[in-house]
Each structure stands twice: as C-alpha cells, then as structure tokens.
Ligand binder design. Structure first.
Ligand code: FAD
Length: 334
C-alpha cells in the first residue's frame, strides 16, 4: 500500500486517506498489499449505506428471515467442543453438558479458537492449519467511545468524520510495534442523523472509534478501568481541540475496550477483524471455509475472505453454498 502511495500521491492528506483503507481490514499500510486500495473504488462506486435504526437492525432482520424459513436459535449457549470421529465433524458439545449431533457444523468462532480449543486432540489433519494460524498477525483492535449528545443545529457533524493526527505512522508504530494505546490516534466519528437510534428527537447518538493494540499476551493489558476512562477522556479532549464541542452537550458516555470485545464475543484480544492482511501471503494463512475436517465449515472474519461486514457476508454465502452444494440443496430465493 505504501509503495502505491509513494508512486501516485505526493499530497500528504491523500496519503493519509489511502493508508486508512489498510486499517479497514485491521492492517498496517506499510505491510498490507495495495489491493486494499480497491476498497476506495467500492466506496466511490457503490456508496456507503446506513441502515435505519443502526447496524443492529441488520441482525434483527437476518434473525427474522431465518425464523421465517424455519431456523431454530439457541441463544447464550456456549459451544465447548466440536466433536469429531474419523476426521469428520459429528456435532457440538455445549457448556451445559448437552450434545447436539449434526450432519454439518458451521463454526463462527474465531478460527484459532475453533482449531486450538474447540477441536480437541492432536489430529494430523490439522497440523498445517494450526501452523498457518499461529503465523498470522492479529488484526488491529478498537477502543470505542459511545456518546449520547444533545443536537446542536449550529454545529452539525457529517455522518462520517475522520480526524487525522499530524503523524500517522506513530499510530502504526504504537499498535504494531510498541503495542501501546495511540496517544494521538486517528479518530473516526459516526454521527448518523437517525432519530430511530436515540431515545428522543433532541438527541444524537455518536459512535467514536480509534484503532488500538489487541488485549492480552503480546498486546496491551486493557483491564485497568482507570486508565481506560482517562484514555476515553483524552479522545474527547482531542475532538474538542478540533472545534467540535462535546462536554457541553453530553447526555450519556460509555466506552468499550478490546478486553470488553474479547469478553462479549470471544474475539481473541478484541482484534476486530480476526487476522490482519499484513504481507502479501496473509490471505493464504486464513482458515479456509471448508475445513480439513469433513462436514466442518468456517465462517466469519477469521476465515476466508477476511474481516469486516462485507467480507463476513461473503464468507457466509460461500459457506451456505458449500453446505448446500454438498447436499444438493438450492438456496431459497423468495
Ligand atoms: C467497534 C467496531 C467497529 C467496526 N466497524 C466496522 C465497519 O465500519 N465496517 C466493517 O465492515 N466492519 C466493522 N467492524 C468489524 C465487523 O464488526 C466484524 O468484522 C464482524 O462482525 C465479524 O463477524 P464474525 O461473524 O466473524 O464475528 P462476530 O460478529 O464476533 O460473531 C461471532 C459470534 O460467535 C459467537 N461465539 C464465539 N465463540 C462461541 C462459542 N464457543 N460458542 C457459542 N458462540 C460463540 C460470539 O458470541 C458472536 O456472537 C467493526 C467492529 C467493531 C468491534
């Protein structure tokens, strides 16, 4: 990516914008392949879309569609083992001790958890996939600040605002080398004009995201709540330094660290996008959708084609077709 910028973009601001696309997949622009610049083409050609009510509405509607076509959901049921027999997946063991037999198992847990924790035993079939996963760099994690602010018509913010620091490379050094929170991070503010996202029409809901090193071993320890609160406040200070008032309009304030994300969805270290695209070969290190274990399929950000909602959606489509194809079943089109 960086070589592409060196070749085509003498303007510093354009270079910052190009670098930003590498971070969309949780990667370092100095190592990520230039193909990620195609995201700019996708944004320009197809636009960026907002779902009324916020992104959670997508989950609600997908859930409803699944219910309509006969899918059963078992929420809050942690899978502790994917059982196998003679190199085939046979079902799942839940934390409450129950066992569900299955013709096909689709795992949306992080691939490293699937292969290193959920599948027990040292099967030779998994030697290569485990080796590849151990070589992959975790992607960037994220520190989010979630704000409810009173509307101020004299200070309207665009739906998307990105505030760049003076030294963008310092951010990548912090995240990928020293593994410390970025002192002056690039700050993304999402401020949708969507009354369905607030408790009343006098308010706006802002979601602020800065890139962060992942939590835990070989990363940063995000468990110190006092530090986290100070860090969240320093992000608000930096936004206000750009002339965007917050504290005078503040109704509610909370933050989520990479450690919170790990706890909430079992994403190792709170890495948002599974593994990064650092290096030309990174894509080949990701878990394949069809596992070497028969009848087992991997879906989601840590599997092919990678992290971020569009790719995760493609991953779901590939797996649905693979499972259907193996059973000669066509997708429902109504
Ligand atoms: C703050 C933030 C901002 C983001 N912004 C963007 C963006 O602007 N654009 C974009 O494209 N992407 C964005 N992403 C990334 C995007 O959300 C992820 O890439 C995507 O959600 C990953 O989907 P997934 O299905 O792989 O994982 P998840 O959405 O994490 O789903 C995995 C599910 O599996 C469940 N699970 C895990 N282990 C088990 C187990 N053992 N038993 C039972 N259930 C289990 C988890 O509880 C979870 O529900 C953002 C992410 C964050 C955190």
């Amino acid at each position: 990516m960086r070589k592409l910028a060196d070749e085509f973009l003498p303007d510093l601001h354009l270079r910052f914008i190009l670098d930003r696309y590498a971070t969309y997949s949780g990667s370092d622009p100095r190592k990520a392949p230039a193909v990620l610049a195609s995201i700019a083409f996708v944004e320009e050609s197809f636009g960026a879309w907002h779902i009324k009510g916020g992104l959670g509405t997508l989950a609600t509607l997908v859930h409803q569609r699944c219910v309509d076509v006969g899918v059963d959901f078992h929420f809050n049921s942690r899978v502790v083992e994917i059982t196998t027999e003679k190199g085939r997946a046979t079902g799942i063991q839940l934390a409450d001790g129950s066992f569900i037999a299955a013709d096909a198992v689709v795992t949306n847990a992080d691939a490293s958890i699937t292969y290193n924790a959920l599948i027990k035993g040292n099967t030779t079939k998994l030697r290569k996939v485990r080796r590849n996963l151990s070589k992959a760099d975790p992607s960037i994690a994220g520190f989010s600040v979630l704000l409810g602010v009173r509307k101020d018509e004299s200070e309207p913010l665009s739906h998307h605002t990105v505030l760049f620091p003076d030294d963008y490379d310092a951010e990548f050094n912090s995240i990928f080398s020293s593994k410390t929170p970025v002192e002056k991070p690039t700050i993304y503010i999402c401020a949708p004009k969507d009354d369905a996202m607030t408790k009343d029409m006098t308010l706006e809901s802002w979601s602020i995201l800065v890139n962060a090193p992942h939590h835990g071993v070989n990363g940063f320890d995000w468990s110190n709540q006092e530090f986290n609160r100070t860090y969240a406040n320093s992000i608000i200070d930096q936004i206000e330094e750009h002339g965007i008032p917050i504290r005078t309009r503040l109704e509610s304030f909370s933050f989520r660290t990479p450690a919170d994300l790990e706890t909430a969805v079992n994403a190792p270290g709170g890495s948002i996008y599974g593994t990064s695209s650092n290096g030309a070969r990174a894509a080949f290190m990701r878990a394949k959708n069809r596992s070497p274990i028969k009848n087992l399929y991997c879906v989601g950000g840590s599997a092919h084609p990678g992290g971020g909602l569009p790719l995760v959606g493609m991953s779901g489509e590939i797996v649905a077709n693979a499972v259907g194809g193996a059973r000669n079943v066509q997708p429902l089109r109504n």
